[in-house]
Write a protein of this length. Structure first.
Ligand code: FHN
Length: 679
């Protein structure tokens, strides 16, 4: 349980975190009119439906499979194709499904037009691996699109780039040793994808979102992603495209360091800890443990949990895409229907606290806050109360605005004398609150929350001197600071930019009319001596490398493996891997830094990686993961410094990027001209 004081530290953390996030992403800003309906909708239905619903998760004696069943049960293509004759979801009723979504309060539906197994739920003229080759013989996408257009729900397509059926798609599944790759042509596969996307974007009316997935395997590049993004927008200029059209930004597109293609980030089965400034995003999540139908999986989240997730996501400015997996008969499972109905009942009373709102101005220990415009220069805050407070009193610490009015959604107004201020908190004595009630609170002006100033510097260490900026985006406050670590007072100097030549602890605080109106933010900047360069007589251009094969799960396992080969390379080149999965490289040599200074190295890897500078670990990006970048700062003198980089690939996509910045260098991959090795 957070106390008001710890809450302030959270606020401070939010500001500090935001201070160090470089804005290098490339997605549509929230202000892009294409995203207006989507960001106001806040809540949508995800549908995973396809051949995999027929076995319902069971294959042989295992019952834990899902939509990945062809892979997880290692079913050969010919065997899997037998499911075609069994796919006859006669219980499928698009109207029923769309109304279930609409009555739950959902505003858009994303349905799998083609998942990784390559099976198309629409009548495609470029393949027979589609619903028209089954006993069902109905275009499911057409029926869904018609029902959505009829009921004012946006219809959106999920489309998998990865395709385990098309002969031109590579790579094969790692276990498909016997399935030839002879003649496979990935460019021809991309042409097939484009032909299908043309069908999906010209035969079914206006489509809200193209939800790409399966972008992580190595044949799919950001260049192809950018091309596909442009192609789709060319067919429907107003369509929204998610981050998974490309690999930059990691699987979910939220890794700002490596940018993002597409229009919004897609965290999956997880909710970001904090609101993400100026980045549209959507959490997608299952109701139980499977996307595709699994008859044995009864582990459904409660409606209370789902409602709180919806509120938490909206309070951070995100959308919630909640999944259902229809059965082999084409019906949404009864428990999912139950959850949708209960969420719909809550939304009928409290939907205004979700639709069209934006991220709230502050975290709360007893719930969360969404925000809207109350008109007349006032702001409306929707306070989502998870559990009613014992004394029936809600306290909002650090909210400095004058409260105007309050009321319980679906209940009565809060009497004026029950809406008061105590020190730097607004206090609401709201009677009769139930779990998951929402209190509407109107306040004067825009939110004025006791958030401390942001203290920014290039890095927490410096050589010679460093510039520190201290900012606050709050209105009519004075930012005062000290450099000896003491808490600023009303007479401390007003600060905006400081130049430090020695180690110092900068403390900053907001003041208004001589009164402190924020906690104190503190950052210590340490002056360090640069590590001396090493002398390497006769150093030659390029790095040494060793190459090893094995199902490494850590860099240590890679380092312990007997190399298969070794050699030299101009840069961190891994094109020489001899197998598709389970391999790794270790590079060693020197990096030549141009001047004394603090350098920020960035190691981006899929899967695990580590970087050493001067013989010490600088970056730990270890263990299997999708592409992700981590950084490390180090003070170096001009000249050569020993470096080592280790990197391994398990399966799926793979990538290694080693970048640097600092001492006047813009962030870039370390060029070959700066890499050397022993003669
Ligand atoms: O592999 C898919 C998975 O089957 C499912 O479709 C999820 C939904 O976002 N996406 C991929 C896993 O990230």
């Amino acid at each position: 349980m957070m106390t008001p004081n710890s809450l302030r530290h959270v606020l401070a953390a939010v500001m500090c975190l935001a201070a160090f996030l470089p804005k290098t992403h490339a997605q549509a800003p929230l202000s892009d009119p294409r995203l207006t309906w989507w960001s106001q909708a806040r809540f949508g239905m995800f549908i995973h439906f396809g051949l995999y619903a027929v076995p319902g998760g069971k294959w042989g004696d295992k019952t834990s499979h899902g939509e990945w069943i062809r892979d997880t049960a290692r079913i050969p293509v010919a065997e899997y194709e037998k499911l075609l004759g069994q796919f006859n979801p006669t219980g499928f009723d698009a109207e029923q499904i769309v109304l279930a979504a609409k009555n739950a309060g959902m505003k858009y539906i994303v349905i799998t037009s083609k998942h990784h197994d390559g099976f198309c739920l629409f009548d495609s003229k470029v393949t027979d691996w589609d619903v028209m080759s089954t006993p069902f013989k109905r275009d499911i996408m057409k029926e869904m699109a018609d029902a959505c257009h009829k009921h004012g729900i946006k219809i959106c397509w999920y489309y998998s780039i990865m395709d385990w059926h098309h002969p031109d798609y590579l790579p094969r599944r790692p276990w498909e040793k016997d399935r030839t790759t002879e003649g496979a042509d990935f460019d021809r596969y991309v042409a097939y994808m484009k032909a299908q996307l043309k069908e999906l974007l010209t035969n079914y009316g206006e489509i809200g979102v193209l939800w790409f997935d399966g972008q992580w395997e190595h044949n799919w590049t950001d260049e192809r992603g950018r091309d596909l993004y442009a192609y789709v927008r060319g067919l429907q200029p107003n369509i929204i495209i998610n981050s998974r059209v490309g690999r930059a930004g990691g699987d979910f597109g939220l890794d700002r360091q490596s940018g993002m293609l597409g229009d919004y980030g897609t965290p999956e089965q997880t909710i970001p800890e904090f609101a993400i400034p100026d980045m549209p995003w959507e959490t997608c999540m299952t109701m139980n443990g499977h996307w595709g139908y699994n008859a044995a999986d009864k582990s459904f989240k409660t409606s209370e949990d789902l409602i709180r997730k919806l509120a938490d996501i909206a309070s951070k400015g995100g959308n919630f895409l909640l999944n259902v997996g229809p059965t082999g008969e084409g019906k949404i499972p009864p428990t999912s229907i139950e959850r949708l109905k209960e969420m719909g009942e809550w939304m009928k009373v409290n939907g205004e606290s979700i639709y069209g709102t934006v991220a709230g101005p502050m975290p709360l220990s007893w719930g969360c806050v969404t925000r809207a415009d109350a008109g007349g220069g006032n702001t409306r805050l929707y306070l989502h109360v998870n559990e009613p407070p014992k004394a029936g009193v809600l306290v909002l610490p650090g909210l400095l605005n004058t409260p105007v009015s309050a009321g319980v959604l679906g209940g009565g107004a809060v009497p004026a004398n029950k809406l008061t201020r105590r020190d730097d908190a607004v206090v609401i004595a709201a009677a009769g609150l139930k779990a998951d009630s929402v209190v509407r609170l109107d306040i004067q002006g825009t939110p004025d929350v006791a958030i401390p100033p942001a203290i920014k510097a290039d890095a927490p260490i410096f050589v010679g001197s460093t510039t520190v900026t201290i900012t606050s985006d709050r209105k009519d406050v004075e930012v005062r600071a000290t450099v000896d670590g003491t808490d600023p007072v009303a007479t401390s100097p007003i600060a905006s930019t400081l130049t430090l030549k020695e180690t110092a602890t900068v403390a900053a605080r907001c003041f208004r009319a001589g009164k402190a109106v924020s906690p104190v933010a503190k950052e210590t900047l340490t002056r360090v001596q640069p590590t001396p360069a090493v002398n390497v007589p006769g150093a030659v251009a390029g790095l040494k490398f060793t190459y090893a094969e094995g199902a490494f799960k850590t860099v240590a396992e890679l380092m312990a493996a007997k190399p298969v080969s070794s050699g030299t390379a101009a840069t961190f080149d891994y094109s020489g891997h001899k197998v598709l999965t389970d391999w790794g490289f270790v590079y060693s040599g020197y990096v030549k830094v141009p001047a004394d200074g603090v350098y920020r190295f960035t190691l981006g890897s899929d899967d695990g990686g580590m970087m050493w500078v001067g013989g010490k670990v600088l970056i730990d990006n270890d263990k299997p993961h999708s592409y992700h970048e981590r950084t490390g700062d180090v003070a170096l003198a001009a000249g050569l410094h020993p470096i080592k980089v280790a990197f391994f690939e398990n399966s799926g996509g793979f990538e290694l990027k080693v970048k640097w910045s600092g001492a006047g260098l813009a962030k870039q991959e370390i060029p070959a001209a700066a890499l050397f090795r022993d003669p």
